[in-house]
Design a protein around this ligand. Structure first.
Ligand code: PAF
Length: 281
């Protein structure tokens, strides 16, 4: 496994792989890796000849009051983990390497599907993701790129601009990795106090409970309301509880496959999760 910190270095390293028509798989991350990220790399390893993982905490996707400065940067630990799952190249550029020192005048903005859910609370966040992922795609030029379904809206945004801009990349979504008690794995779980870590799995429990209620024909609006009530009762500040089609369009009734979305704060930590519920007619 090789660590590259410059665009030039990575491009030079990938040149021979490209010349030999090897399939290049890419896993973009912000580091502080957990089993969820490692699952993405395992999937990439299965499908591709060469696996590149980027580790870059992207400043432009963080809002002014978000955790950019305190976001955990753990390159050494990440490198050790990546070695165990067969990553070939880590690309860990500096902010200057990625953004240079001249102003950036180009933006990439996906409309409609970024207007609500996390887009509402985090204005500009998905533009920041779209810009950095596009830059990374242009640098790595992968055949396949792997993203977790935990960030379902992010995955939808990436699929959308890849399609809209004819990027020749196959975007692969990988199911959410969970702790034994159901909590969706996230780098931000490390912010939870011991007490809040005990409460956090309630999100998944309420989602699973909601799935049962939907399958027993309880109306969708009542199901969403009962998630809110349960989470608020457990001490969460609920940001949103929503149901969407698999393509992120609003749904009023459970008459197709849906995704249930939750974003909620426990203490100072904002957690997100989602669950796909299959409609059986
Ligand atoms: O999901 C993430 O870790 C980030 O949003 C991504 C896709 C690496 C872009 O910075």
């Amino acid at each position: 496994m090789k660590l590259e910190t410059t665009i030039q270095g990575l491009c030079a390293s990938l040149k021979s792989a490209r010349a030999e028509q090897k399939i290049i798989g890419f896993v973009p991350t912000m580091g502080n890796l957990h089993q969820g990220h490692l699952n993405l790399v395992r999937e990439a390893r299965k499908k591709c000849d060469v696996v590149v993982v980027s580790i870059f905490v992207n400043p432009i996707q963080f809002g002014p009051n978000e955790d950019y400065d305190s976001y955990p940067r753990t390159l050494e630990q990440d490198s050790q983990l990546l070695e165990t799952v067969g990553c070939d190249y880590i690309f860990a550029p500096s902010v200057e390497q990625m953004y240079g020192n001249k102003p950036r005048l180009t933006n990439i903005s996906v409309s409609n599907i970024t207007a609500d859910l996390c887009g509402l609370q985090r204005p500009g966040h998905f533009d920041g993701v779209a810009v950095v992922v596009t830059k990374l795609f242009n640098i790595v030029r992968p055949d396949y790129a792997f993203f977790g379904e935990k960030d379902y809206q992010q995955l939808a945004v990436i699929r959308q601009f890849v399609r809209d801009l004819n990027m020749p990349i196959d975007v692969v979504g990988v199911p959410i990795a969970r702790a034994e008690d159901g909590l969706a794995l996230s780098s931000r779980n490390g912010y939870l106090s011991e007490e809040n870590r005990q409460i956090a799995p309630m999100i998944y429990k309420t989602l699973k409970n909601a799935e049962q209620e939907l399958l027993q024909a309880k109306p969708l609006d009542e199901v969403l309301e009962s998630i809110k009530v349960a989470l608020t009762g457990a001490g969460f500040i609920v940001d949103y509880v929503e149901a969407r089609s698999l393509e992120l369009q609003k749904v009023e009734t459970f008459n197709q496959d849906v995704v249930l979305f939750v974003a909620a704060k426990i203490g100072a930590t904002r957690l997100i999760d989602n669950l796909q519920v299959k409609y059986i007619s």
